[in-house]
Design a protein. Structure first.
Length: 551
């Protein structure tokens, strides 16, 4: 009984102290933010203690045969229902939230990010340096595991089985070649006098290329998958067969695009020496990358540490670096580069400067990869490869859509060529954006649903890029159609005739119509891009007035 009375007194005293402290805090003389936070915490603790004390007294009262006394609970509810107390509690919560937000902003600042990245790079390089002495021991442990699971002659057995399956794949591919030999010989003799016949032949050759790859895969990987193997042997053989398949795909793709032995089948325009040069480098580069990738994956199965696998990968990357640098400095010059080399500017800043720039970029790629600065690695990779891919695509489309033996088109290209070239260019740009997003860890699929400022800005920029690419495609297609029509009307023919007057009117009106189309496309693309970035277009147009809209 005395304990209950003490608890009640303590509860009432705590409530009065809380009301007294609240009156001081809510007054005009507000203390420092830290003191306010401390008082809020103390008030919360007192309230919880009062509630627990009241609940304990209520639970013990029926057992003692006494009636429950709820005045303390009623007083607490009355205090919590007071608007002033609610405002004060809300202010305390906002203060703590603002402090947490400031801490998060400090952690996400550029200086904090750079400091964290530099620290991560330093730790990564130190881990690699500490792993170097342990590489022979890891190699010995891996070799011992191979010998334990596959026997003393396990490595020789793997090589023998690999040769057997690769031979089976080569044999099935040879049978496919023999079965289609007559058709291919007939295609070799077809005349290529029109663009349609050339595109038709390219499509058929692409079908044969796919057939050869499928035949090799069915002959090599198919029998392997049909049999049961020990786990380690299965993983080793399957990885090596996939590497051989990647080399075979590179071989077929190189023959399809470069045609190192037939000028009439070549899609990317170059002479035979350059075609053979790039064909060999392509196969060697893909082969080195494929076998290196499989080897690093097998090291994980053999128990190598992460730093050890990374060290082996970086050493193998030196081979890719050497292949790329050799290709840059020994590449044959194109015909247009040879012609331009006679100019003083090109002799001073031309071929050699481009080689130096490419070499610096390639070496920097390897350095960023070793330093594990993957954000910079993917950005630099896109900067180097995207312009090269766009240039090769443009030349290939122009070469493909002209009859063989005819000179390069000096006038306006066809509308089909513009659609294909600009469409592939847009696809390459969007692919580069997707690669950057993947390399930087950005989820494009859920970017639109995020509510952060950076996510909304990135989503708007991506939408604006797509809009501008579509506008660029439409504008160049319409411009090409008008330019070709103007080229047809360049010769007026017999003067003072209806045909001559019609052509003269077209030569006058078509440039005006082209300029109007340009303005319309630019205005609509700009408004749609601004709308994608979150700009309200309606008030913007309304603010221009009648004269601004007319202009």
């Amino acid at each position: 009984m005395n304990r209950v009375i003490v608890n009640r007194s303590a509860s009432a005293a705590a409530t009065e102290r809380f009301a007294f402290e609240y009156g001081e805090v809510a007054g005009p003389a507000v203390g420092v933010g830290i003191l306010r936070t401390v008082k809020g915490c103390l008030a919360t603790i007192i309230l919880v203690a009062a509630m627990l004390s009241g609940a304990a007294a209520a639970n013990r009262s029926p057992a003692a045969g006494e009636e429950a006394t709820p005045p303390q609970i009623q007083q607490l509810l009355t205090l919590l229902a007071d608007p002033k107390i609610q405002v004060w509690l809300k202010q305390q919560n906002e203060t703590r939230s603002a402090a947490a937000s400031a801490l998060d902003a400090a952690e996400e600042s550029p200086s904090h990010y750079l400091d964290a990245r530099i620290g991560a790079i330093r730790e990564h390089l130190l881990a690699l340096a500490h792993t170097v002495p342990d590489v022979p021991h890891q190699f010995a442990r891996g070799a011992a595991r191979v010998s334990a699971e596959l026997g003393e002659h396990g490595r020789a057995e793997v090589l023998l089985l690999l040769l057997v399956f690769v031979g089976l794949g080569t044999g099935v591919e040879w049978l496919f070649r023999k079965a289609t030999e007559r058709i291919r010989d007939r295609l070799d003799g077809l005349p290529l006098e029109t663009v349609k016949s050339r595109v038709h032949l390219v499509a058929i050759r692409f079908g044969f290329a796919v057939g050869m790859v499928v035949a090799f895969a069915l002959g090599s990987v198919g029998p392997f998958l049909a049999l049961d193997w020990p786990p380690l042997l299965r993983e080793m053989l399957f990885g090596l067969l996939i590497a051989f398949l990647a080399v075979r795909i590179a071989n077929v793709v190189g023959r399809f695009l470069l045609a190192p032995r037939y000028d009439r089948f070549r899609i990317i325009p170059m002479d035979m020496v350059a075609a053979r040069f790039w064909y060999r480098r392509l196969v060697v580069f893909v082969g080195w990358f494929a076998f290196g990738y499989v080897l690093v994956g097998l090291l994980d199965t053999l128990g190598w540490s992460l730093a050890g696998r990374q060290l082996v990968a970086y050493v193998l990357g030196l081979g890719l670096l050497a292949i790329a640098l050799e290709a840059v400095w020994r590449r044959p010059a194109r015909l247009d580069e040879s012609i331009a080399a006679s100019s003083p500017v090109t002799r001073r800043f031309g071929h050699g400067a481009l080689n130096v720039a490419l070499s610096v970029g390639i070496v920097l790629l390897w350095v960023l990869w070793v330093a594990h600065a993957m954000a910079g690695f993917w950005l630099l990779l896109v900067i180097i490869t995207l312009p090269l891919a766009i240039g090769v695509t443009r030349r290939a489309v122009e070469h493909l859509l002209r009859p063989p033996g005819s000179p390069q088109i000096e006038g306006a290209p066809s509308v089909l060529a513009v659609f294909i070239e600009r469409g592939i260019r847009g696809a390459l740009i969007l692919g580069a954006v997707a690669v950057l997003a993947w390399g930087w860890g950005v989820d494009l699929a859920h970017l639109h649903s995020e509510e952060t400022l950076v996510a909304r800005l990135a989503d708007g920029v991506l939408s604006a890029v797509v809009i501008l690419l579509v506008a660029d495609l439409l504008w160049h297609a319409m411009k090409t159609a008008i330019d070709r029509k103007l080229a047809e009307c360049a010769d007026l023919g017999q003067p003072n005739t209806d045909e001559a007057r019609r052509r003269a009117r077209l030569r006058t009106l078509l440039p005006i119509f082209r300029n109007i189309l340009f303005v319309v496309v630019i205005v609509f693309a700009a408004m749609m891009a601004l709308s994608a970035l979150g700009v309200q277009i309606g008030p913007l147009i309304a603010g221009l007035g009648v004269l601004g809209v007319a202009i």
